[in-house]
Design a protein around this ligand. Sequence first.
Ligand SMILES: Nc1nc2c(ncn2[C@@H]2O[C@H](COP(=O)(O)OP(=O)(O)OP(=O)(O)O)[C@@H](O)[C@H]2O)c(=O)[nH]1
Ligand SMILES: [Mg+2]
Length: 198
Amino acid sequence: MQLIKHIKNAELVISAAKKIQWPETTLPEIVLAGRSNVGKSSLINTLVGRKKLAYVGNTPGKTKLLNFFNIDNLYMFVDVPGYGFANTSKSQLIKFGEMMEDYFHYRTQARCLILIVDARHKPTQDDMTMLEFARYHTLPTIVVATKIDKVKSSQQKKALDLISETLMLKDEKLVVFSSETKKGREKLWGYIDEYCGY
Ligand SMILES: Nc1nc2c(ncn2[C@@H]2O[C@H](COP(=O)(O)OP(=O)(O)OP(=O)(O)O)[C@@H](O)[C@H]2O)c(=O)[nH]1
Ligand SMILES: [Mg+2]
C-alpha cells in the first residue's frame, strides 16, 4: 500500500516564451511532454489533485510557451506545449525544437522527463524525438501510458509492449495511468520523488 500524495499548493509561476523568463529557482524540475490531446493537462491535474490548474495559459496551436508550476515549493512542473499538430509550419517546428534544446541544455535543475503517450496508440516519431532529446542530455525519463481505462484488460499487455518496443525502452520507467480512475498516480509520484531526491 502506497501512501496517497497530498499537494497543498500548486500555482502557475510563469508562461515563458523565452529563456530569460524561466524562473530563477533551485527546485527540482519535472518536464511533462506529449502529443496534443494526449491527456497531459488531465495528468497534471490528477497528480496535483486540482480540476483546472493545467489549462491556464495553454492555448493549443498558438504561441509555444513553457508553463512553470510551483508545487508546494518542493517541485517545479514544466508543462511543454502539446506537439504533433497536423498543420504545424516548419518555422513553428524549428522554434519548438530550439526551445526544447535550450531547455534540456541549460536547465541544470531538470530531474526527469515525463513523456506522456496514449495507451491506445503506437507512439509517433515526435514522441521518439522527445525521448531522444532526453537520452542525449542523460535526463531520466518516465514514459506514462495514459487513458488505460480505454483499453480492455485483455489488450493491455499488447498495448504496453507496442509502446515499449516502438520507443525501444531500456532504462526508462513505464507507468500505466488513467486520469479517470487515478490509476498509476501514486506510482508516478514515487518515481518523481526518487528522481528529485525526496
Ligand atoms: N478516458 C480518459 N480520458 C482522458 C484521460 N485523460 C484525458 N482524457 C480526455 O482526453 C481529452 C484531452 O485531455 P487533455 O488533458 O486536455 O489533453 P492535453 O494533452 O492537455 O491536450 P492539449 O493541451 O489540448 O494538447 C479530454 O477530453 C480529457 O477528458 C484518461 O486518462 N482517460
Ligand atoms: Mg493541455
